[in-house]
Design a protein around this ligand. Structure first.
Ligand code: ADP
Ligand code: MG
Length: 424
């Protein structure tokens, strides 16, 4: 690793220099480079991804940045010792802990807590490398052995706010290791690796949306993703031209997808599809709803109705963005929120309040965003309405005795950086 990586003219030069110093303090060597991936806000299309439906998220201007370099093998001071066992070492600005284990011992069961996100990605990538090229973390006689690595994580994506700090870490780790291990996977494959890590190593049964947004985002655009075909389309948002911005209202009610109602919602969707003889709810439309209401119990019916109507709202949002622009999508955002509150029942009083006050204070539209049970709402607002709208939200939360929400504007931004070396 040479310090040409630390190009002083790079906008993140100061951050990279600080992370290189922290990396060296924790891992005893210089990092080989820096890679990053953003969090995301979902504009519309909630709980549709695992139903093979449509989503429309965008990557935001808050990112995880990882510094990565070779690690010294366990029990060997000489990196080139032939029988040394390559190790994975991970650290984060978020905790004091350094987690180290031999690459060969990386299995979902061995991973827990925050390190399951980066190490889950390492495990999923190693499995993938073994399946495609015979490369192995345990050094099978046939294939090359993947080298050990050390990784240090920094992120300014708020944790547990529904902005996918988890996908930011997964995708930053995935692009870094993809290059370090020379695996040559494309962004869609890397998104899938992140999802496998989250599902199997972390144990959260989430869909492919978060990682897709983090990998594929573009400045000033949303990612329209068909979660069945995995076809993606970049949809310009055109916020600037209309003097609009997207305000995030982080309620600071923390969610937990691994243990929350997420899994039960997913199960209801699967039950509804199978009762209708469909492979997934993607195969049903609003025309099927009357028949579904007769067959399904009320709760399962309402869960399915949310997904089916939400898919239609995503497609309509894309159509309106392409034909009329962002001022036209407010009613769809509002309807999405009502559907999540009443049919899917994943909202909480703080999210409902954030949405109601936004709507009453002149927002174009507003909805909770992310998996629900806490986290953030978004409001599509006119730039000049922000001060009054923010004041109204803060006051409404105070009056209800809720914790003060965190309010900030997000910019639709580019996705993960595939190349970490600042000099190329
Ligand atoms: P969300 O993705 O909505 O922010 P999750 O519960 O899915 O919430 O992911 C949050 C978890 O991701 C944290 O509890 C932590 O384990 C991990 N994480 C997030 N940011 C960091 C970070 N900067 N360093 C280490 N781990 C992190
Ligand atoms: Mg998450």
């Amino acid at each position: 690793p040479d310090d040409a990586n630390l190009d002083a003219a790079h906008p993140d030069a100061a951050l990279f220099a600080a992370l290189a110093a922290e990396f060296e303090a924790r891992h005893g060597s210089r990092p080989a480079g820096f890679w990053s991936a953003p969090g995301r806000v979902n504009l519309i299309g909630e709980h549709t991804d695992y139903n093979e439906g449509f989503v429309l998220p965008f990557a935001i201007d808050r990112r995880a940045v990882v510094a990565l370099g070779p690690s010294a093998p366990a029990g060997a001071s000489d990196v080139t010792a032939p029988d040394a066992r390559p190790t994975a070492r991970v650290s984060s600005t978020f905790s004091e802990q350094i987690v180290e284990l031999p690459l060969a011992d990386l299995t979902p069961d061995a991973l827990a807590d925050w390190s399951a996100y980066p190490l889950g990605v390492a495990w999923a990538l190693a499995e993938r490398a073994a399946a495609t090229s015979g490369a192995a973390i345990s050094g099978t006689p046939s294939g090359p052995v993947l080298p050990g690595f050390a990784l240090h994580i920094h992120s300014d994506v708020p944790i547990g706010a529904g902005l996918s700090s988890s996908a930011a870490i997964e995708c930053a780790t995935a692009v870094a290791l993809n290059e370090f291990w020379q695996l040559g996977l494309d962004p869609v494959e890397l998104a899938r690796i992140g999802q496998i890590a989250e599902n199997q190593a972390v144990g959260a049964p989430t869909g492919i949306m978060d990682q897709s947004a983090s990998m594929l985002g573009r400045a000033d655009a949303a990612v329209f993703l068909d979660c069945r075909s995995m076809n993606t389309e970049s949809v310009p948002l055109g916020l600037h031209a209309e003097d609009l911005e997207i305000l995030v209202i982080d309620t600071r009610v923390s969610h937990d997808h691994a243990t929350g109602g997420y899994a039960s919602r997913r199960a209801s969707c699967e039950a509804a599809a199978s009762a209708m003889g469909a492979r997934s709810l993607r195969d049903l439309t609003v025309a099927d709803l009357p028949r579904m209401q007769q067959v399904l119990d009320d709760e399962t019916f309402r869960r399915a109705r949310h997904v089916i109507t939400e898919n239609e709202r995503v497609e309509e949002t894309v159509r309106l963005l392409e034909t009329e622009g962002p001022l036209a999508i407010g009613a769809l955002l509002d309807a999405s929120h009502s559907s999540m509150r009443d049919d899917f029942e994943i909202s909480v009083p703080e999210l409902d309040l954030a949405v109601e006050v936004s709507q009453a204070s002149g927002a174009v539209g507003a909805r909770m965003t992310g998996g629900g049970f806490g986290g953030s709402a978004l409001a599509l607002i006119r730039r000049d309405s922000r001060p009054a709208l923010e004041a109204a939200i803060v006051e409404a939360f105070r009056a209800r005795g809720f914790a003060r929400p965190d309010l900030f504007v997000v910019q639709p931004s580019a996705g993960a950086t595939l190349k970490g070396h600042l000099d190329d």
